[in-house]
Design a protein around this ligand. Structure first.
Ligand code: MN
Length: 204
């Protein structure tokens, strides 16, 4: 029984051009994201089979790792599509802008740190702006692959995919240009709505 399914893109493949090509969007959504959805369902099925068969030996570690990798990939890509919009760009306002000022030193610093995170990903990863519920603050961090280097309980509200599949067809090796162009398509109302929902989470 499939637990996860691939969401539709909220816009046409070419809707984010010239900042992000339709060819990238089509492959990224239809092939890469779909693979994480399938992998998450497979990992769940195998874990269920392992429990049912009382087969909780060393292979459990690999199954757990696969579940974390694929579910996190599904979560981050689902967020990524909605973080972007053909009508995006500009800057956050209201309470989100105030929190960016207070916790991160302002919008220019947020941009600089996110761009630096994208630039310094070794291999595959993401740049993330997350809400840390215990400290009640925004944090910027790198995500290694899809799931590592994430603070427990932190909720991503804005992510930039820094895997090569996210930019290479258009930007080749110049990852910095991808990061720079990304700011033209950020859907700030979506980020602000996630910020509001994340702040409702209470950790002890
Ligand atoms: Mn991706």
């Amino acid at each position: 029984m499939a637990q996860y399914s691939l969401p539709d893109l909220p816009y046409d493949y070419g809707a984010l051009e010239p900042h992000l090509s339709g060819a990238i969007l089509e492959l990224h959504h239809d092939k890469h994201h779909a693979t994480y959805v399938a992998g998450a369902n497979t990992a769940l099925e195998k874990l269920t089979a392992a429990r049912d068969g009382d087969d909780l030996g060393p292979s459990l570690v690999g199954l757990e790792r696969n579940l974390a990798f694929h579910v996190s990939g599904h979560v981050l890509h689902s967020l990524y599509w909605l973080n972007m919009s053909p009508d995006g760009g500009g800057q956050p306002d209201g309470e989100l802008a105030a929190a960016v000022d207070e916790h991160l030193g302002g919008f220019a610093k947020l941009q600089a740190q996110m761009n630096a995170v994208v630039a310094t990903v070794q291999g595959s990863g993401w740049a993330a702006l997350s809400w840390e519920p215990l400290g009640q603050r925004l944090v910027v961090h790198q995500v290694l692959d899809h799931q590592d280097n994430v603070g427990s309980g932190s909720l991503p509200i804005f992510v930039i995919d820094a895997w090569e599949h996210a930019f290479y067809l258009q930007y080749k090796n110049v990852k910095a240009d991808y990061a720079k162009a990304f700011w033209n398509i950020v859907n700030w109302p979506d980020v602000a709505a996630r910020f509001d929902r994340a702040r409702a989470v209470a950790l002890p």
